[in-house]
Design a protein around this ligand. Sequence first.
Ligand SMILES: [Mg+2]
Length: 385
Amino acid sequence: MKISKVTPMVMGTPWRNLLFVKVETDDGLVGWGEARPVGGVGPVIGYLQESVPRFIIGRDPYNTEDMVYRMVRETYGRAGEIAMTGIALLEMACWDIVGKALDQPIYRLLGGACRDKVKAYANGWYRAERTPDAWHAAAKEVVAKGYRALKFDPFGDGFYEFTRQQKNHSIALVEAVYDAVGPDVDLLIEMHGRFNPVTAVEIIRDLAQFRPAWVEEPIPPENMRALRDVREVALSLGVPVATGERIHTPYEFRELFELQAADIIQTDLTHFGGIMNMKKLAGTAEMNYVIVAPHNVGGPCSTMASLHFAISTPNFMIQEYFNDFADPPVKAVAKGVPEVVDGYFSLPTAPGLGIEIDEDIIRANPQRETDFNLFSGEWQLRDLK
Ligand SMILES: [Mg+2]
């Protein structure tokens, strides 16, 4: 079996464009990959245009280890978000093909099931005015849908510093959500790398009363020593620190583990070279008593690839999911993604990723010009255009 054709397709929504790739083999099998490229779909499509003829066409889709290794080594330029997204798209599509060829769900080829359901957390549910009343009502809808965990960033357009008024308002939003969902639902507090270390620590002290399941990216992602400093205070308060969605290669994680700078890593397999890189990283994380909560702002293939990882990984924690609260066509574009019921995904049973993509729905939702900016305006509405 050899790969004969790779076709990129873009599906647009008001705030995110999803890049699908359809990978076909000479014996008629089809695999799919998909990601939401943070830095824009164009650069990843350009990467694929140059790399697919060189590394993919004519290759055996079973040989994903060699494919990923060669795409990084032989390109020679250091791989970052663009390359690791392109590689991930192709790697997950190859796993989809392999699973279909063997008539097995991917997780059964990755060590099998470690759990019989996968805990999910809701994101994208707070598309409302930034008032305690509006967020209280929105949070009620999340738990009414069965979720037992939800994530949100209450910090508006804050960056580095925070006025007392901004801080008080943000804490009031957290309190409103806490009151709405009760003490048994996990609150995941997203900080989007907004703050300098001292401001982050000041805010974490105020958040500790709500016992958040984590604080995420309390400071920008580049400086692990600064993150270690923040984490030491958070640890003393019993507040876990999560980070990792903007770390794109295994090598970039070394310093995080050496410094014990985080409790939870949130690698996004669609920006990290795919499923097997995630499995290997989870092994290193386990050696350091770190658990894994895959980041996922994507559509059906992203979600399913993360689920197969989650099912087969002992130190998995919880899976992010937007698509119950954002962009209905993203849910309609595939059949087979399990629904979140009572806060959990059930295990997929179909071979490969376990889904069927409707290309007509991709074509009916063309690429959009997006202006999604976490550092200005009412970004939480996620429908600026
Ligand atoms: Mg995040």
